[in-house]
Ligand binder design. Structure first.
Ligand code: 5GP
Ligand code: MN
Length: 331
C-alpha cells in the first residue's frame, strides 16, 4: 500500500509531521466536525478519537449545533461516549482537530473554542477549504474525509478494528453515494476492502443509514414530490417546517430527499430547499457533471464540491430560487 490514500497525495509530508508532533505532545485533544454532522464528519472524528484514546490521550469530541443531538441515522456509530455538548467543550483547547469542515463558520457554536485553541489541525477533503487552522491535512481529491482520517490513524501507529472501521466506512459509503460518484477511485475500493476485512457488517450499516426512516418520512417525501418542478434542466422542490410538523419528522430525516429528486433524467441540476427548525432554508444542490454547483453555492455564501454542495438562505422560496437561477445562469 502506498503511504497515501489518494494519488497524488495533496497533503505535504511536513504537514503530517507537524500534526503527529502536536498530537504526540498533547495530553488532551479536542475533536470537532461540522454542524449537522453527516456520516463522513462524525465517522472520521470518532474513528480518530478511538485511536487517540488508545494512545492514552484524553479525548473530547463535539459539533456546534444549538440543539446538540446525533442524527438518528448515525446513532449506530460506536464511540459516542466521546461526545460532549458544546457547553462542556474546553473553551481554549491545547490542541483541536476538525473533521470535514471546509470553513471556520461550519463549526457553528464551536467557532470561539477554535479561535481560542492553541493549535488546530484541519482534516478535510473540500477543494474549497480556505485553510483555517494551524496545520492542514487537506486533500481536495479525496472522496471522503474518512480517507484522510485513515491515513492519520496509520501514521499514528493505530490499527483498524471493527469499531474504527465502522466509523470510517460510514464516511466512505455516504460521501461516495454508495461507491457511485465519480470520486470512487481504486483507492476508495481498496480502503473499503481494508475496512470490510475487519468483519464489519455492510448490510447492517446500509440498513441503519438508509432503511430506517419513520413512516412520516414517506408522507413528507410525498408532499415534496407533489410540488416538484422541472425547468430547463433544473429540477427542484422544497420541504417546509409545517410539512414536517404534521408527522413530527425531525429536520435531519430530510437528507435523502435530494437523492430521489436528482434521479430526474431531464435535469442536470437538482435542488431541495429544506426549512430547518429556525426557519432558514438549507439548500441542497446536486449536479450530474458539467455544472460546478460548488462554485454556484460558494457565490451564494455556502460551499461544497463540484457535484454536491449547499448553502443557507433566509429569503422566501421564490426569492431563494430567483437568486439561485441567476447564479446557475452564470455557471
Ligand atoms: P448536503 O446537501 O448533503 O447537506 O450538502 C452537500 C455538501 O455541500 C456537503 O458535503 C458540504 O460540503 C456542502 N455544504 C452543505 N451546506 C453547506 C453550507 O451551509 N456551507 C458550506 N460551506 N458548505 C455546505
Ligand atoms: Mn465529507
Amino acid at each position: 500500500m502506498s503511504s497515501c490514500a489518494t494519488e497524488p497525495c495533496a497533503v505535504p509530508e511536513a504537514a503530517w509531521r507537524r500534526a503527529l508532533k502536536l498530537i504526540g505532545q498533547a495530553d488532551e485533544i479536542a475533536l470537532s466536525c461540522h454542524v449537522s454532522p453527516d456520516g463522513d464528519a462524525l465517522g472520521s472524528m470518532l474513528a480518530v478519537g478511538f485511536v487517540l484514546r488508545s494512545m492514552g490521550k484524553r479525548v473530547v469530541a463535539s459539533f456546534g449545533d444549538r440543539q446538540f443531538a446525533v442524527p438518528r441515522l448515525l446513532r449506530f456509530l460506536p464511540g459516542q461516549d466521546m461526545l460532549v455538548p458544546p457547553k462542556d467543550y474546553p473553551a481554549a483547547p491545547e490542541l483541536m482537530i476538525t473533521f470535514d469542515s471546509s470553513t471556520f463558520e461550519r463549526l457553528g457554536l464551536l467557532r470561539d473554542h477554535t479561535a481560542a485553541a492553541r493549535e488546530v489541525i484541519v482534516v478535510d477533503h473540500h477543494l474549497s477549504n480556505a485553510g483555517f487552522g494551524t496545520v492542514g491535512l487537506i486533500d481536495g481529491t479525496a472522496a471522503a474525509t474518512a480517507m484522510l482520517a485513515e491515513q492519520l490513524i496509520y501514521r499514528l501507529g493505530g490499527r483498524l478494528d471493527r469499531d474504527i472501521a465502522t466509523c470510517l466506512y460510514a464516511g466512505l459509503v455516504t460521501d461516495t453515494g454508495s461507491f457511485r460518484h465519480s470520486s470512487t477511485t481504486p483507492a476508495v475500493h481498496q480502503m473499503a476492502a481494508r475496512l470490510v476485512a475487519t468483519g464489519l457488517r455492510t448490510d447492517e450499516i446500509a440498513r441503519e443509514l438508509w432503511d430506517r426512516s419513520p413512516f412520516g418520512y414517506l408522507k413528507v417525501l410525498a408532499a415534496a414530490l407533489d410540488r416538484v418542478t422541472l425547468e430547463d434542466g433544473l429540477v427542484w422542490t422544497y420541504v417546509t417546517r409545517v410539512d414536517r410538523a404534521a408527522y413530527g419528522l425531525p429536520y435531519a430525516e430530510l437528507e435523502g430527499i435530494i437523492d430521489i429528486v436528482r434521479r430526474t433524467d431531464e435535469a442536470q441540476v437538482a435542488v431541495v430547499l429544506k426549512e430547518d427548525d429556525q426557519g432558514a432554508w438549507q439548500v441542497s444542490i446536486r449536479s450530474k457533471g458539467a455544472v460546478d454547483v460548488g462554485a454556484v453555492s460558494a457565490a451564494l455564501g455556502g460551499g461544497g464540491h463540484h457535484n454536491a454542495a449547499g448553502y443557507t438562505a433566509h429569503d422566501t422560496v421564490e426569492e431563494t430560487m430567483v437568486k439561485f437561477r441567476r447564479e446557475l445562469g452564470k455557471a
